[in-house]
Design a protein around this ligand. Structure first.
Ligand code: SAH
Length: 471
């Protein structure tokens, strides 16, 4: 795989100072996965081109590395020697580290000088096609030229290869260009060769400093770079969000809009609800707890503050809510012991999810009314049949109470996204049916000020697995 960088800045040979590589020499470097070579095919006053050629040795990489699993052909025969992948990022940092980090001993003023640069990557494996290449590089101010290839010239029907030769042209400092490449090359490939850990997150934030937070595809870039590790990805997003100050205020403004102001505003209803849910969770004796449909993470914060709960998992379908939750929990700044107690998962409550099995208890606070009836049936199975925690604490609005809110027109639901709101009888009929069907018992508690005629604003059901209570 070959990366070439060309400048027409004069004198063009300045590029060699920035790269810390002598223009007259062919230099080779031994890396853990093969060799890297740096050479200059063109050096003149007007134009200078430097090449980084990477020679990956797929056999050498696995030999003697303690791979005890059965023989995998893929380890030996794969595309790694021929495409620009995360190996290229490693080579950039090991061979061109000074340039990447913006250091230049001999000509320090060059570091901050934007130069007319053209970089060609041959070849870049891309999951997402030409469109993704443009969507990623164009917002960074590059002109993008893409050359595509047939998968096999003999079989045109097979269509196009996912590998492209990509040429980017722009006026950038060399460090900017190299940092973009460092982060983005592995993002296209979407397959990483080395372990993704804390360190990777630090690298992403460091190399993405100053440009990633404003990139329209920052979510996708972070997720792919961190290879779909939700916890790392969410921490990354939380920290990127912190970088953009304008978004700071959104946390305040974006919380759920609701008609639920209580007549006597002493303690807001959502706080009373949290209090009741926390009390039920504590009383269950649970040590591991799921907050399903955790939203912006208010309950998670309360759980984290109580040491009874050793393992806390929040799940939501909304990435935006999870970002806010990560921020509210200060996930990126928690001491390690605390951070280990809490995890955020992106997922849906309507699919079986093995990550949710084996917990003592689950809370679903104001969630079921957000699901269409057929989805609710899917949630019932996923929760009561598969995840099957010993205790389930579930709240939902009591529709009867809506008349107490003068500002809420008759027949209107409390929140625009609610699919239904149940009367007490409707909720209790549903809950009792489900409990019977799946072997749970259930009891009901009012939450908030109780009116004689219409009951309390929120209704809570606490389900307990029967085999659990019997033993
Ligand atoms: N429990 C939180 C949020 C309630 S709002 C609180 O009390 O503040 C309902 C939440 O359920 C939203 O965050 C929404 O994104 C989430 N949700 C809706 N449908 C979902 C689904 N199918 N899977 C997971 N989460 C879902």
């Amino acid at each position: 795989m070959l990366l070439s960088i060309t400048t027409t800045h004069e004198p063009a040979s300045d590029l060699s100072y920035l790269l810390h590589k002598h223009p007259d020499r062919f230099q080779s470097f031994n890396l853990s996965f093969g060799n890297a070579h740096v050479f200059y095919p063109t050096v003149s006053q007007e134009q200078c081109t430097a090449c980084l050629l990477l020679d990956v040795d797929p056999v050498g990489m696995v030999r003697g590395k303690g791979h005890h699993q059965s023989f995998l052909l893929d380890q030996y025969v794969n595309d790694r020697p021929y495409v620009a992948s995360s190996f290229m990022s490693v080579a950039l940092s090991q061979v061109l580290g000074s340039a990447l980090n913006g250091r230049c001993k001999d000509r320090p003023e060059l570091v901050s000088t934007p130069l007319p640069l053209t970089v060609q990557i041959a070849v870049l494996p891309v999951r997402g096609g030409e469109e993704l290449i443009r969507e990623i590089f164009e917002p960074l101010g590059y002109e993008v030229a893409i050359e595509s290839y047939p998968l096999d010239e003999l079989f045109p029907d097979w269509g196009e290869s996912p590998c492209y030769t990509v040429t980017l042209t722009g006026t950038k400092t060399l460090a900017e260009l190299l940092n973009h490449l460092y982060v983005l090359i592995p993002v296209f490939d979407n397959r990483k060769h080395y372990f993704v850990g804390e360190n990777e997150l630090e690298k992403l934030l460091e190399k993405g400093a100053g440009w990633l937070a404003d990139h329209p595809l920052k979510d996708q870039i972070s997720r792919r770079y961190l290879k779909y590790k939700p916890s790392l990805y969410l921490t990354a997003l939380a920290r990127l969000v912190e970088e953009t100050e304008t978004e700071e205020t959104e946390l305040e403004n974006e919380s759920e809009e609701t008609a639920e102001d209580l007549p006597d505003k002493a303690v807001p209803l959502n706080q009373q609800r949290l209090g009741s849910v926390m009390a039920a969770l504590r009383a269950s004796g649970a040590q591991s707890v799921l907050d399903l449909g955790c939203g912006e993470g208010k309950l998670l914060c309360e759980l984290l503050a109580d040491r009874q709960f050793e393992q806390i998992v929040g799940l939501d379908i909304s990435v935006r809510s999870l970002e806010i939750a990560a921020k509210r929990l200060k996930l990126n700044r928690l001491p390690e012991r605390q951070a280990q107690r809490v995890k955020l998962l992106h997922g849906s409550l309507t699919y079986r999810d093995r990550r949710l099995e084996g917990f003592d208890t689950a809370a679903l606070v104001e969630v079921i009314e957000h699901l269409d009836p057929p989805r609710l049936a899917a949630l019932e199975r996923m929760l009561f049949e598969f995840a099957r925690p010993k205790t389930i604490v579930l709240t939902t609005p009591n529709r009867e109470y809506n008349v107490m809110w003068e500002t809420l027109p008759a027949d209107q639901l409390r929140h625009a996204d609610h699919r239904f709101e149940w009367t007490r009888t409707e909720f209790q009929t549903w809950a009792t049916g489900i409990a019977d069907q799946f072997g749970y018992s259930v009891r009901f508690l009012p939450v908030g000020p109780e009116d004689k005629a219409v009951g309390a604003p929120t209704q809570m059901g606490v389900f307990e697995l029967k085999s659990h209570t019997d033993t």
